[in-house]
Design a protein around this ligand. Structure first.
Ligand SMILES: [Fe+2]
Ligand SMILES: [Fe+2]
Length: 401
């Protein structure tokens, strides 16, 4: 606690905030009782600002801290900490000059009626920061074992995914928490590719594909010894790699027929559109933007979009291309039969060194081999017989499913 600040006034301020939040949840911001609290908050702040021009609070593990020091865990502190934690707010500071409308907005955000982003534009005297999901184990979606992922959990993940599909601003924090859950599960599960089993949802190919590519990316990165932060970002990059497909006609994506040349040209735009879209979203790691852009640029620099001759592919894009190819080949689509594991491995070996990075491909195939018979028989539910496809069909299928 900094010297000179009146501790009892801080307690009073928090009591007033807490009461205002509770009353707003019951009634509304305009209610007389809430307005009375806001007036008193303003009075209390005025007194405190005479002692200090800025007041900073943090929320750590759902506990409230004032300037780095834990506060007594009263009901009021708990309520404020819980409300802000739910809005992903990790700290906030209020500076001298704050007015009633800014305080109202802060309370509305704490109640979940408005998004925290609003504070950035409409509350110049209230600063806040988000909880970093990677540093907050409480926020990680608890998946003890992949097989435990219930249909309900899948449905809730899908709701988040649909926000991307609807081109809404998506909730990166929640998506991050899912990815962190996968990373945690990988650290506990010896056979992570079993994760692919419960993620097959009929008619939800794009969603299942994104989750699977995330999981396969994390599997690759884990085997390569990546640290937790990078594992997280590589998983997130996998989850978002095809984000640009939201700008492509759904009928083309659904893939119920062989694509015409015009449709194929349309599909080829999805890496660029995806990268542009992700650039406009707050907090998306650069590696995910780059991966969305590069994941169809092949190892030999054919593929699309066509890069300058000196272009160097980042490792995550090359890993994503491997995960992408594998998931495309093993999945049944309307006009494509799924392949069995030996045939997939054979095909991947064939294109290692041209389409795919050969070292990463070998590493990936070793991973698959390590999964043993269970994956072969019931894990991936692959067909025993794979149909013969022309080279042209294969190339389309490998790189863009
Ligand atoms: Fe793609
Ligand atoms: Fe893909």
């Amino acid at each position: 606690m900094k010297s000179g600040i009146d501790r009892s006034k801080i307690d009073e301020l928090l009591r007033l905030f807490s009461t205002a939040i509770a009353t707003t949840k019951l009634y509304s911001l305009e209610h007389e009782q809430v307005q009375k609290q806001i007036y008193r908050i303003q009075q209390c702040l005025n007194t405190l600002f005479k002692q200090q021009g800025e007041l900073t609070f943090m929320i750590v593990k759902k506990e409230l801290l004032f300037e780095g020091t834990p506060l007594e865990q009263t009901l009021h502190c708990e309520r404020i900490a819980r409300s802000l934690h739910h809005r992903n707010i990790g700290y906030f500071s209020i500076t001298k000059g704050v007015d009633n409308s800014e305080i109202e907005l802060f309370i509305d955000v704490a109640c979940g009626n408005q998004s925290a982003d609003q504070l950035e534009t409409s509350a110049p005297h209230i600063d806040y920061g988000e909880i970093d999901i990677k540093d907050d184990p409480d926020a990680i979606l608890a998946i003890a074992r992949f097989e435990d992922l219930s249909r309900e959990e899948l449905a809730s993940i899908k709701t988040l995914y649909d926000k991307i599909a609807d081109k809404e601003n998506f909730d990166l924090h929640r998506i991050s928490s899912i990815i962190s859950g996968f990373v945690t599960a990988f650290q506990q599960e010896c056979n992570p590719l079993l994760a692919l089993v419960p993620l097959k949802i009929e008619d939800e190919y794009s969603f299942a594909h994104s989750i699977n590519v995330a999981i396969l990316n994390i599997a690759q990165a884990t085997s390569l010894g990546f640290g937790t932060d990078l594992l997280h970002d590589v998983g997130l990059a996998g989850m978002l790699h095809d984000a640009g497909k939201i700008f492509v006609d759904k009928e083309i994506i659904r893939g119920t027929h062989q694509l015409s040349d015009a449709e194929w040209q349309e599909i080829k735009k999805h890496p660029t559109r995806g990268a542009q879209y992700l650039m406009g979203q707050d907090g998306v790691p650069q590696i995910a933007i780059l991966t969305a852009f590069e994941h169809h640029m092949r190892y030999d620099m054919t593929g699309y979009p066509t890069p300058p001759s000196t272009w160097q592919l980042n490792l995550c894009s090359q890993m994503t291309m491997i995960s992408d190819t594998f998931d495309a080949l093993r999945t049944r689509r309307a006009y494509n039969e799924p392949w069995d594991l030996p045939r997939i491995s054979g095909r991947m070996l064939e294109v290692a060194g041209s389409q795919l990075n050969p070292c990463l491909t070998m590493n990936f195939l070793k991973l698959l081999k390590g999964c043993g018979d269970k994956i072969m028989t019931d894990g991936l539910e692959l067909s025993a017989e794979a149909p013969h496809l022309s080279e042209e069909e294969l190339n389309k299928r490998c790189v863009c499913e």
